[in-house]
Design a protein around this ligand. Structure first.
Ligand SMILES: Cc1cc2nc3c(=O)[nH]c(=O)nc-3n(C[C@H](O)[C@H](O)[C@H](O)COP(=O)(O)OP(=O)(O)OC[C@H]3O[C@@H](n4cnc5c(N)ncnc54)[C@H](O)[C@@H]3O)c2cc1C
Ligand code: SF4
Length: 472
């Protein structure tokens, strides 16, 4: 173990290893191999314990990163766990899927690689689980107040966890067969193994939270009944209306939305029922439209299903490899991301516009695409098609991963006249309350499509506001 004062100069950043591509694409298990506890202590030694810790500012949860790095460096994993859970309910999720906004803000990042904070976080919480330190968060007293949370994604889970710990009786209503939202039926198992989710949900049940699964509010339960039965209702339904391509042929057989595809694959792994036709990429030429993380999840899944070839086309320009003047430290930079899914095989192209999907009858057979460039015009980027660049790409399957519009309005939002913002998200006041007294909202449903860490933070914030509302 090196000296903490100079560790950042003498120790190189190292990261978790990955399983060999040939091995991992045959299954849906975790792709990463963790480092040993000693190697992780060495990595924590790189933390400079800065006076002004920008990592803490970069993390939406305000995680006390230098503190827990110090405990890890000293081998006190239990204290590190206690410090980590002062601010974070579910570090086992963020330690696996967070894009590590903190690492981009790490002061070391100014002229060398930042500390591997996310992986240290994962090791702390996994060590805590392995040692039996993680116990149900049972409240000391019950207040007698009842709260209904609609939706069990990270925002709903965080809301429920904090409200339950404050003594309120919490019931979560979830329309899927299992809890977790996109942690369950969006993010693939190879990135977040669902046992990690089950383990946490079991603890929440032991702590007194009730999960009512397979119940869709607005269909199986009337929203007004919840208002009557509960002292407060929290809307955490996510932002699941997918953005459409709005091009000819998007309704052909063989064209699917990314989340439908990813959800089905996770259901297949766990032998859960699904009410949609089978979507299988085996021996198919697959085109993923959209160059973001959801697209990358489709690439990884299609390769595991045995696709013949996978293309990923993005309309925006290829991101820079390093920070540019427009992306100064400590802001989170939009850089080129090569995920484990890309390493498994994918033809990636940028500045490609898909103009039409062409069928043989109802069956998809190709995509008409062309190259584009982005021209600066009066301070705004404008898309311009490159002349004679059009070509036909033979494909049997298209996965649409071009983002999400907003939350669903047709279940209860419209009929209850719940106010929306200009983007179609739920409008709340500074206390996260909607236009209906006692009805609150958090997560993607309120903010629009976001990140797990931000949804958890939103859930924690709404829980504080609801506690104030119920107790004052
Ligand atoms: C494919 C994919 C991969 C992603 N990967 C990452 C990643 O790696 N890292 C990251 O930080 N973020 C990632 N994200 C974003 C992240 O998952 C979301 O920002 C986050 O899950 C939002 O949490 P939420 O609780 O607001 O909503 P959700 O997770 O969407 O959960 C909403 C829940 O509400 C339920 N629900 C909706 N309507 C009703 C109703 N009427 N009655 C009952 N239940 C209802 C839904 O079934 C769902 O379970 C990803 C998103 C997608 C789509
Ligand atoms: S939650 Fe994300 S941003 Fe916060 S410390 Fe963990 S990895 Fe970093």
């Amino acid at each position: 173990m090196k000296d903490k004062q100079t560790g950042f100069m003498t120790i190189k950043r190292s990261n978790f290893k990955t399983r060999a591509v040939e091995e991992r694409i045959k299954d849906y298990n975790n792709v990463y191999i963790q480092l040993s506890l000693d190697e992780m202590r060495n990595q924590a030694n790189r933390c400079m314990d800065c006076g002004t810790s920008f990592c803490n500012w970069g993390c939406p949860l305000g995680n006390l990163i230098p503190d827990w790095n110090d405990f890890v460096f000293n081998g006190d994993w239990k204290k590190a766990y206690e410090r980590l859970t002062l601010t974070s309910n579910f570090p086992e999720f963020t330690g696996r899927v967070c894009p590590a906004l903190c690492e981009a803000a790490c002061v070391l990042g100014i002229n060398r690689e930042g500390v591997s904070i996310r992986e240290i976080e994962q090791m702390i919480i996994d060590t805590a689980f392995n040692n039996g330190w993680v116990q149900p968060r049972i409240p000391k007293v019950r207040t007698g107040k009842k709260v209904a949370v609609i939706g069990s994604g990270p925002s709903g889970l965080a809301t429920a966890d904090d409200l339950n710990y404050s003594g309120h009786l919490v019931t979560i209503f979830e329309r899927e067969d299992k809890a977790g939202g996109l942690l369950r039926y969006g993010i693939p198992n190879y990135k977040l193994e669902k046992e990690i989710l089950d383990r946490r949900i079991e603890l929440m049940v032991e702590a007194g939270i009730e999960f009512k699964l397979n119940i869709e509010v607005g269909k199986d339960v009337h929203f007004n009944d919840l208002i009557e039965e509960f002292d407060s209702v929290v809307l955490c339904c996510g932002a699941s209306v997918p953005r459409k391509l709005k091009i000819p042929g998007e309704k052909l057989d063989g064209v699917y939305f990314a989340v439908d595809y990813l959800k089905q694959q996770t259901k297949k792994i766990f032998n859960s029922k699904y009410n949609m036709p089978d979507i299988d990429a085996k021996n198919k030429k697959v085109l993923v439209i959209g160059g973001g993380d959801t697209g990358a999840d489709c690439v990884g899944t299609a390769n595991r299903q045995g696709a013949e070839v996978v293309y990923q086309y993005e309309i925006m320009p290829k991101p820079a490899i390093e920070r540019t003047e427009n992306m100064p430290w400590p802001e989170y930079p939009k850089l080129l991301k090569t995920t484990t899914a890309h390493e498994e095989g994918c033809i990636r192209e940028w500045e490609i516009m898909t103009k039409e999907l062409i069928g043989d009858g109802k069956k998809l057979k190709s995509a008409k695409v062309s190259k584009v460039k982005w021209i600066m015009d009066e301070g705004k980027y404008k898309l311009e098609e490159i002349e004679k660049s059009e070509f036909i790409q033979e494909v049997d399957m298209v996965l649409v991963a071009v983002g999400f519009m907003h939350t669903e309005h047709d279940k209860f939002v419209k009929s209850m006249n719940i106010a929306l913002d200009s983007k179609g998200n739920i409008l709340t006041d500074e206390n996260f309350m909607t236009n209906i007294k006692g009805v609150f909202s958090a997560g993607d449903m309120r903010t629009g499509q976001s990140l797990v860490v931000k949804a958890i933070k939103d859930g924690k914030s709404v829980a504080t506001c609801i506690d104030n509302y119920l107790m004052h």
